[in-house]
Design a protein around this ligand. Structure first.
Ligand code: SAM
Length: 247
C-alpha cells in the first residue's frame, strides 16, 4: 500500500460491497482542500482495524464515489491498550494532550474533573472539536482505529470505573518510580493500562489516597516537575517504549 496516500476515517455504512460513498468532512477534504480527482487513490478506514485502498471514480459537489481495490490489516495500532484519565486542563493544553497522545497510540481518553481543576465544563462544540482533533491525529499518524473520548466524569467516578492495572502520576511519590512499576509482574504482563494525570495544580493528598483505595498505583516521573500537559505524554511514551511500541 502506498504510504503517502491520504487517509480518511469514514462510517461503516459508507461501504456497499466494493463501492464506497464518501460524504461530509472527508468529501470536503478530498474535493475542496486536497483537490483530488477521479483516478486518484486514497485510504479509507472504517474503525475496524482494516484499511482499504480506494480509487476515486467520480466526484459530485458533496459526494465522492470510489471503488475499493485492496483491503489490508492496519499496522498503526499498538498491542497495548492505554487509557489516559486526564484531568481537564486549559483548552489549548488539553487539545495538545489529545493530539499528541493519539500520535503515541493511546486507545481512549477519560476527561475528568478533580479538585484543583480550574476550567469550566466544555461546551458541546468544544467536545465536537476534540473529536475532530482525535480523528485528524489518527489519520495523520496512521492509526487504524479511532481513539475514543469518553464523557467527562469526576475524578472520584473515574477511580470507581477503572478496571485493570492503573497508575496515577504524582510528583510527591519518591519511592515508586514509573520505570520500576512497569517492570513489576502486574504491569509487565498487562495488555491494558490506565494512567491518571492531574490538572495544572496537581492532585490533592486526599485524591491520591482515594486512588490507592482503588488499587491505582501512585508513581513518580523523576526529580523534575513536568507541566500537566507534558506528564501524560511522557508517561505514554515511556510505556510505549517499555512495550516495544516505539521502534
Ligand atoms: N502543583 C504541583 C507542584 O507544583 O508541585 C505540580 C503539578 S504538575 C504541574 C501536574 C500533573 O503532572 C501532576 O498532577 C502529575 O499528575 C503530573 N506530574 C508532573 N510532574 C510529575 C512528576 N515528576 N512525577 C509524577 N507526576 C508528575
Amino acid at each position: 500500500m502506498n504510504i503517502t496516500m491520504h487517509r480518511f476515517f469514514i462510517s461503516r455504512d459508507s461501504f456497499a460491497g466494493d463501492n464506497v460513498s464518501i460524504i461530509g468532512e472527508a468529501a470536503y477534504q478530498i474535493t475542496r482542500v486536497l483537490r483530488l480527482k477521479p483516478g486518484d487513490h486514497i485510504t479509507v478506514l472504517d474503525d475496524s482495524g482494516w484499511e482499504y485502498e480506494a480509487a476515486i471514480e467520480s466526484i459530485t459537489h458533496d459526494t465522492v464515489q470510489g471503488k475499493v481495490i485492496k483491503k489490508e490489516p492496519g499496522v498503526g495500532e499498538p498491542k497495548i491498550s492505554l487509557t489516559l484519565c486526564q484531568a481537564l486542563l486549559k483548552t489549548d493544553k488539553f487539545e495538545f494532550v489529545l493530539q499528541k497522545c493519539v500520535e503515541l497510540g493511546v486507545t481512549g481518553f477519560v476527561p475528568s474533573v478533580s479538585e484543583r481543576c480550574v476550567v469550566r465544563k466544555p461546551s458541546e462544540s468544544r467536545i465536537e472539536r476534540w473529536h475532530n482533533i482525535i480523528r485528524e491525529a489518527a489519520e495523520q499518524s496512521r492509526r487504524a482505529r479511532l481513539p475514543v473520548i469518553h464523557p467527562i466524569i469526576s475524578f472520584v467516578e473515574a477511580c470507581k470505573q477503572v478496571t485493570g492495572p492503573a497508575l496515577i502520576l504524582w510528583e510527591q511519590e519518591k519511592s515508586q518510580s514509573l520505570a520500576a512499576t512497569l517492570k513489576s509482574h502486574l504491569f509487565n504482563k498487562a495488555q491494558a493500562i490506565s494512567i491518571f494525570v492531574g490538572p495544572e495544580g496537581g492532585f490533592t493528598s486526599a485524591e491520591i489516597e482515594l486512588a490507592r483505595q482503588h488499587d491505582i498505583v501512585p508513581v513518580g516521573l523523576g526529580k523534575r516537575i513536568l507541566r500537566a500537559e507534558t506528564a501524560g505524554l511522557v508517561a505514554t511514551s515511556a510505556i510505549m517504549y517499555e512495550k516495544g511500541e516505539l521502534g
